[in-house]
Design a protein around this ligand. Structure first.
Ligand code: NAI
Length: 353
């Protein structure tokens, strides 16, 4: 039976990487039926302030699953982020970002690591509540709730339990923000007591991020607030060799959205050189979510084999470790050719029930 999913091509490199990913899903015979909606800049420029049309919302409400390419959000002015609108409206409280190093196939400075960042997705400064107080001063409101903090910390420990992970690390700045970050830390401590077999630790976010950035191999699952998680997941994704590699899931009680960690990369848009791997990894997470783990494994193993073959887009290309520099569609074709093959160096995909 085909599962209906909503697909949004987004802005910048979005259409190029989505074409590549959909071609792989098609060849792998994923059992999905696709409803394409338009989101992003073109829609803002029409009349819908959230960057998504009423028919777009209807499609997501019907399928409950969105595979989304990145969208462009103006900096310092203009319309609000569609990502924030989607997360809030759909109640996508957990952003799960696996950040894995593919060393030695993809060069990085730190060797092997496998960190999962679980970011609270609805609260913090992303509520978009900002005020001008005087001509000289501005205020941004940070909202942290006890219930939201407990929910995300529970999600992190449940994730660790399900995926046989040993440790959950919490990052906050509760030495300064004693009420907001203090609440998050207290919720973490409370939830941790229900998981005695999983190690729980806490760092102040500044030294914690410095440690993750320099010794990622010492971390396992990390749970943190929205802004810290946003910053940290780009750092770790980049540390693994390219921000173009990591995918993420945004999970709620009713809906789920899957996307790459990176943005719309306007600097390389239209050149067909973007790495579609982040969106492909998001699609792999989507397939697991909709109960198609064997297709997810087929695709993930073929993708690892392609990396091992040294078939790399320009962000990963390195004279020492790469055999061939390829365009976005050529990379997708190489993954399709590898469907059914297993990686030799990198760990093949393990399905966690
Ligand atoms: P970005 O992630 O788009 O780009 C940062 C750098 O990484 C650029 O040099 C870019 O060329 C490179 N890069 C990103 N993805 C790549 C890929 N798949 N393959 C090869 N190279 C890649 O971040 P930036 O420039 O800060 O943001 C651009 C726009 O994207 C902004 O409007 C921002 O708001 C939006 N954005 C959207 C997100 C989403 O829709 N989920 C997430 C992050 C940013």
């Amino acid at each position: 039976m085909s599962i209906p999913i909503t697909v949004a091509y987004g802005d910048g490199i979005g259409p190029e990487i989505m074409e590549a990913v959909l071609s792989i899903l098609r060849e792998a015979e994923a059992k999905i039926s696709i409803d394409i909606i338009e989101i992003g800049e073109r829609i803002y420029n029409k009349e819908w302030a959230h960057g998504i049309s009423p028919s777009g919302w209807e499609s997501i409400e019907r399928t409950k699953i969105l595979l989304k390419s990145p969208t462009t959000t103006p900096q310092g002015k203009g319309h609000k982020s569609i990502n924030v609108a989607l997360r809030k409206k759909l109640g996508l409280y957990a952003n799960v970002r696996p950040c894995i190093s593919y060393f030695p196939v993809v060069e990085n400075k730190f060797g092997k690591f496998d960190v999962v960042i679980i970011r609270e997705n609805e609260e913090d400064v992303y509520t978009g509540i900002e005020h001008r107080l005087t001509g000289n001063s501005y205020q941004c409101t940070k909202i942290i709730t006890r219930s939201g903090s407990e929910k995300i910390c529970k999600h992190a420990f449940e994730y660790a339990k399900k995926h046989n992970r040993k440790k959950v690390t919490c990052l906050t700045k509760d030495n300064i923000m004693k009420m907001t970050d203090g609440t998050f830390h207290a919720a973490f401590n409370h939830v941790a007591t229900s998981y005695p077999n999983i190690q729980a630790e806490h760092y102040i976010v500044d030294i914690g991020m410095a440690k993750v950035a320099t010794e990622p191999e010492n971390f396992d699952v990390i749970v943190t607030e929205n802004l810290y998680g946003d910053i940290l997941s780009d750092i770790v994704a980049q540390t693994s060799g390219s921000v173009g590699l990591a995918g993420s899931s945004n999970i709620g009680d009713k809906y789920a959205m899957f996307e790459a960690v990176h943005g719309s990369a306007p600097d390389i848009a239209g050149k067909n050189i973007a790495n579609p791997s982040g969106l492909l990894n998001a699609a792999v997470q989507m397939l697991i979510h909709i109960g198609q783990a064997s297709t997810a494994k087929l695709i993930y193993d073929a993708w690892l084999k392609t990396l091992e073959d040294g078939v790399h887009t320009s962000d990963l290309y390195n004279k020492k470790t790469s055999a061939k520099k390829v365009s976005t569609p050529e990379f997708a074709e190489a993954v399709i050719d590898n469907l059914g093959k297993k990686p030799n160096i990198l760990h093949e995909f393990v399905v966690n029930k």
